[in-house]
Design a protein around this ligand. Structure first.
Ligand code: ATP
Ligand code: MG
Length: 416
């Protein structure tokens, strides 16, 4: 991790710069999904070359990058090629082995650091981090217990009735609600742990949520921090469906508390890059009423996609600036926005046959911005794209969002 008070050798990397061997400035990303694709777009817009390391030959990011290294994330030859091509390297998903980032960091600027990604990879470490930060962030995570052995399971089942009903979550490799089982009784907990394969888990108390929100923070090598205004998120079946990003989407005091907490959660570990911190809003008057921190993603996040069309700089622009050591622009939102996720279901009819969504009708509505990720196969629950809706005022954005949702059969907009 860099020392905040000193310049980092070799940074900034300007897009028009060449190295001693005359090779152009190139930014690298581990992972070839949609987040990598939008990162590549942002880097290229500034004039950088890009390199993507991703085994899938048809990956969303690989398809649009200057270089696509088609190897496994831990392949020494592929990693050597990435390090050779790039001056700075980032990751687009948190399940890339932390050791890989650590090894790359011996030769190149890597942001975020392996240690930060390692925390976000493991719910046990993540919750320990949030707990350690609580004194400065002012926000706690949901009450929980760690279950890594049959003995720990027995103790938690016998003694932690306070955590029921709860959600048993695998410590590693969960996303979009996968690797989670809701449990109401000690017997159900025991069965759920077996069902999850007896791997390391946390049992988290189920809280009465009134809302969910997230904050995108970007932090530079020199400690400069900027953040977007917190956004409100609606999940359906464990997957983000809708993001509301406009004045009034969240109570201002709560939004400010979330923003400040996210900044301190990033600062506590000297984080470099874009970090998304997700929060629960718990009913006032209940035992854990107020803001509760859920998890963090060491990268741009689905809930920040609205920044592509509603802000003067997107979350991907900030990732590029942060990793390359450029000054971070102060993000400013110029339009109210609603983001609607487009899952594979949009392309499937009731019998599971592929159909073409009614794009002409959707795109003729004012303020609709379609982003598709170039994935060939539409599967239920698969993130295929998103649609940002912007407009001159919140009411018109909501009206268009409702029309789009009706046209495409999208869930999650009932409450607006
Ligand atoms: P992501 O795709 O964001 O990484 P994930 O699979 O890691 O998701 P979580 O964020 O832990 O899972 O949970 C998914 C959703 O389930 C949350 O956004 C929330 O709606 C609900 N949820 C999770 N934990 C709790 C809890 N303790 N109390 C109430 N609801 C919860
Ligand atoms: Mg989550």
């Amino acid at each position: 991790m860099s020392d905040d008070t000193h310049a980092v050798i070799g940074l900034p990397v300007f897009p028009d710069q060449t190295d001693a061997a005359g090779r152009p400035a190139t930014l690298g990303v581990l992972g070839g999904g949609q987040l990598g694709r939008m990162f590549v777009h942002a880097a290229q817009r500034l004039g950088y070359r890009t390199a993507v390391l991703e085994p899938d030959p048809q990956s969303p990011a690989g398809l649009v990058s200057h270089h696509h290294i088609r190897t496994a994330y831990n392949d020494p030859t592929g990693l050597a090629q990435l390090a050779d091509l790039c001056q700075a390297i980032t990751t687009e998903f948190e399940n890339v082995p932390a050791e890989v980032l650590h090894a790359l960091a011996q030769a190149r600027h890597v942001a975020p650091a392996a240690a930060a990604v390692g925390i976000a990879q493991d719910r046990i470490e993540e919750k320990a981090h949030f707990t350690a930060c609580a004194a400065v962030s002012g926000v706690m995570c949901a009450p929980y217990a760690v279950i890594t052995t049959p003995d720990e399971l027995r103790v938690v089942a016998a003694e932690r009735a306070d955590l029921l009903p709860g959600i048993l979550k695998t410590a590693r490799l969960g996303y979009d609600g996968k690797g989670q089982i809701r449990v109401r009784t000690a017997a159900a907990l025991t069965a759920a742990w077996a069902e999850l394969g007896g791997v390391a888990c946390v049992l988290e108390k189920m809280l009465p949520l009134t809302a969910e929100c997230s904050v995108l923070v970007a932090r530079g090598w020199d400690g400069q921090v900027v953040s977007f205004v917190p956004q409100r998120n609606v999940h359906v079946a464990g997957i983000l469906a809708v993001t509301h990003a406009y004045e009034g989407a969240l109570p201002p005091a709560l939004a400010e508390q979330a923003r400040a907490a996210a900044v301190s959660i990033a600062g506590y570990i000297g984080y470099v890059g874009v970090l998304c911190v997700e929060f629960f809003v718990v009913a006032d008057g209940s035992a854990h009423g107020g803001l509760v921190v859920n998890e963090m993603a060491p990268r741009p996040h689905n809930s920040g996609h609205y920044t592509l069309d509603a802000c003067n700089a997107s979350q991907f622009d900030l990732q590029v600036h942060a990793m390359a050591g450029l000054p971070l622009p102060q993000p400013r939102q110029h339009s109210p926005a609603i983001m609607l996720n487009l899952l594979g279901d949009v392309w499937l009819d009731a019998s599971g046959e592929r159909r073409e969504p009614n794009w002409p009708a959707v795109l003729s509505l004012p303020g609709t911005h379609l982003h598709l990720y170039g994935k060939a196969e539409a599967r239920a629950g698969r993130k295929m794209g998103h649609l940002n809706i912007t407009g001159p005022d919140v009411a018109s954005v909501k009206t268009v969002a409702r029309r789009v949702a009706a046209l495409l059969g999208l869930p999650g907009l009932d409450a607006i």
